[in-house]
Write a protein that binds this ligand. Sequence first.
Ligand SMILES: [Cu+2]
Length: 315
Amino acid sequence: MKITKSSLLMAATIALTAFMGGQQASAKTVRVTMTAMENDVVIDNKGTKYPAWTFDGAIPGKVVRVTEGDVVDFTLVNPKKNKNSHSMDFHAAEVDVLKEFAEVKPGGSKHFKFTARRAGIYMYHCGAGPMVQHIARGMFGTIIVDPKKYTEDFPKPDREYVIVQSQFFPNAENYQAMLQNAGWTNSLINGKIFHYDPVHDPNATKVLMALPGERVRIFFVNANINMPVALHPIAGIWDRVYPNGSPKNVLYDMQTYGVPVAGASAFDIVSPADKATNIAIVDHTMSAALRGAITVMMNRPDADPTLGKGDKILP
Ligand SMILES: [Cu+2]
């Protein structure tokens, strides 16, 4: 082979690209701090307040997003003004329940690290006792562990949305009722009843959006206390379901897929490309659906191009 200037340049480019690729794949440390807060939050579209317990003031807590292999360097702060101990249990962590997940008293803080070794979608929650009450009052959220690489089996979607469903118990103090699954009146979707459903709640102002034909990935977390979720897209079919959000678990053409309590899965939907459609993502368990667990997604050519991307995956 004749060595020319252009072939040398090409070889250099290939070597550089391989090097950069290796750099991108290298693990990083992601620092995350959360503050346990005992604060009122609004739990519906008309502004009803509820004495919640939260991470950083909101139900659900913020989305933590890392890549497989990353180290999560986590600190939980429990301010002195709180009345209760709190803790953090990341389902993406493989650690010691008695050490890393131990309770932190008011005025204290806890720091720990873990390596997110398995790609997927995971719940996190407070595990302080009584745990039923800490979860029911709002101390939960989502950690996404992205795979190092997207593949044909697990393609990068056009849009992504995080949906966390939970049970709402208006009597925040009665944790015995929570244990018995008694007294829950509504389902919350990302912290609000019918959060994205103007059909069932005229006060709702938000919906999920996509362009017709886009691949939309729903990262769904079941933060209920006692009830599994039967997730179904009304007027659609899940193109793929990835149980636990793992790229290794692929199911095709699903109408309804179950998510156990404290479980999470990824649901891909691809609407018809040639027309505008609406779907409703619903927990088909009727007692949950009709009490708040319905989310409208509009697939239309004028969909807001920023929704479902970057920091707008938890709308
Ligand atoms: Cu707590």
